[in-house]
Design a protein around this ligand. Structure first.
Ligand code: HEC
Length: 474
């Protein structure tokens, strides 16, 4: 077999690849990523060179019953027919969808292609996408990037679907589910499967104690429809323990080996759904699939830490009017989501030891939100989930950004609302008191249909700079 060995830099300039360019953040704080050799067969064929890549890196989505079933890659002739389209998506880093950059700490289930794989597909498409000999089917070059398939030991779903309120643009609805288990269990994995995907903008799963059940039932019977309206959280006058969630583009989650979220038969689950009704309004009955392990197993209890940073996004140049005043923004979220929401932006500034003057340099075209979170106790960190809405441009979480060895826990240089996921590190990190997590969000208010001053708020057209960190204390 004949291969061309190309220098990485040549490939980059030739293909203008690697969407993972980092336009938002300065790079001086990170060691350059090691560049390796790019290996491309001289005359790649589908069967010998491209098919193994497609099978390993695309078919988890591009096959029947999967998220991209509309464009299946099962027939070689179809793939060859799509070759130019495939080349475009792959060379520009759009496919496979994988948002973290190459500066990121290595993550589990990394779906991105190697430079050699990208260059092989590009060369094959450029050659007219020859199929080659079906008997030349080389083994898959990587072990494959299948999506996490969890075992559904317990499935939670309502008896009837919920149809969101027609008067709302963003409907936050909570639903309660009793836990049908006889003995304590550990949740070791989960998947949240909305039916109305276009309308579902997030889901959060909480565990609550039995004492809140009566209130949950009372709230659920208030308006004759399943569940109850719930901005902020379940609103059951009890601290709700968050155990996981779903956002567009997220898949099943398997918790790190040896860890889990403990649940007792007396407890119950609350699902908070955010339905955005801008384009569609349909019935939904989201399923929660739980993978369980015996509560007697010696698993460690995992914690989810929630982190939030201020959102202070002024209008872009050329847009003026009362909607560009911060006061108007506070009033707006108060009217929509309650008093708590109108106070939250100022509370966030206080929690982060900032004032609104710290954001005086924010422009509509480029606004940042940032907060530092010093650790007080020892902890093991397993992963990060970052969250913004549709104005987001980039997201970053860094461990000890000003120390000698900053570690980038999550770096998403091109934010895409439709591809959010929770990421787990290949190697868990051990943190000590004094270590510091910095979260940074960047927004562009020109993306808004009708720009206004934007603060933290629950609606899809409001913004958030939010993260959860999967950790184990001690
Ligand atoms: C995690 C799921 C996932 C994986 C893995 C994935 N895709 Fe996709 N792909 C999608 C989805 C979903 C769409 C539909 C567009 C969208 O939502 O972004 C899509 C759309 C596409 C399209 C556009 C088809 C059209 O309508 O013209 C191409 C081409 C494509 N993918 C190629 C690939 C290739 C090649 C791979 C593997 C190297 C791959 N994808 C891996 C989910 C995936």
């Amino acid at each position: 077999m004949k291969y061309l060995i190309l220098c990485m830099l040549v490939i980059i300039s030739a293909l203008s690849v690697l969407a993972h360019s980092d336009e938002e953040h300065d790079d001086d704080d990170v060691t350059a990523v090691e560049v390796g050799e790019v290996v491309v067969p001289e005359h790649p064929t589908y069967h010998e060179h491209v098919r193994p890549i497609i099978e390993a890196s695309c078919n988890a989505c591009h096959s029947e019953g999967r998220i991209a079933a509309y464009a299946p890659f099962s027939d070689p002739a179809d793939v060859a027919w799509l070759a130019e389209d495939i080349r475009f998506h792959v060379v520009n880093g759009i496919m496979p969808p994988w948002m973290p950059s190459r500066q990121n700490l290595p993550l589990k289930n990394d779906r991105s292609l190697s430079d050699s794989e990208i260059a092989t597909i590009a060369a094959w498409a450029g050659d007219g996408a020859p199929l080659g000999d079906p008997d030349d089917n080389a083994p898959a070059p990587t072990e494959g990037v299948g999506l996490v398939e969890i075992r559904a030991d317990l499935t939670l779903q309502l008896d009837e679907p919920y149809l969101p309120d027609a008067d709302l643009l963003d409907d936050y609805r909570c639903f309660a589910y009793p836990l049908d288990i006889d003995a304590p269990q550990f949740i070791t994995g989960y998947d949240i499967v909305p039916e109305a995907l276009e309308m579902a903008h997030h889901a959060l799963v909480y565990v609550l104690e039995a004492s809140a059940w009566t209130l949950a039932e009372a709230k659920a019977s208030e308006d004759g429809k399943p569940g109850w309206q719930c901005y902020g959280g379940p609103g059951l006058r009890q601290r709700a323990r968050s155990i996981g969630g779903w956002t567009p583009g997220a898949f099943g989650v398997e918790l790190p080996p040896g860890g889990g979220h403990r649940i007792e038969p007396s407890q119950f689950i609350v699902l908070q759904m955010h339905y955005n009704l801008w384009t569609t309004r349909q019935p939904d009955n989201t399923r929660i699939l739980l993978q369980l392990a015996d509560g007697a197993a010696e698993l460690d209890e995992l914690t989810i830490m929630s982190l939030a940073a201020p959102v202070e996004i002024p209008c872009p140049a050329g847009v003026e009017g009362p909607q560009c005043e911060r006061e108007a923004a506070l009033q707006r979220v108060g009217e929509l989501y309650g008093d708590f929401a109108s106070r939250f932006p100022n509370n966030l500034l206080r929690i982060c030891s900032q004032t609104v003057a710290d954001y005086a340099d924010n422009k509509g075209e480029r606004s940042i939100g940032q907060c530092d979170f010093p650790l007080r106790n020892d902890a093991t960190l397993y992963g990060v989930f970052g969250h913004m809405h549709e104005l987001g441009r980039s997201f970053r979480m860094t461990l000890n950004p000003e120390g000698e060895n900053p570690v980038i826990l999550l770096d998403i240089p091109r934010w895409d609302f439709h591809w959010q996921d929770s990421y787990q590190f290949v190697e868990p990190l051990t943190l000590k008191p004094g270590d510091l997590l910095r979260m940074e969000c960047v927004w562009d208010n020109r993306k808004a249909d009708a720009p206004r001053y934007v603060v933290w708020g629950e609606g899809t057209s409001d913004e958030m700079c939010f993260a959860t960190v999967l950790a184990q204390p001690g």
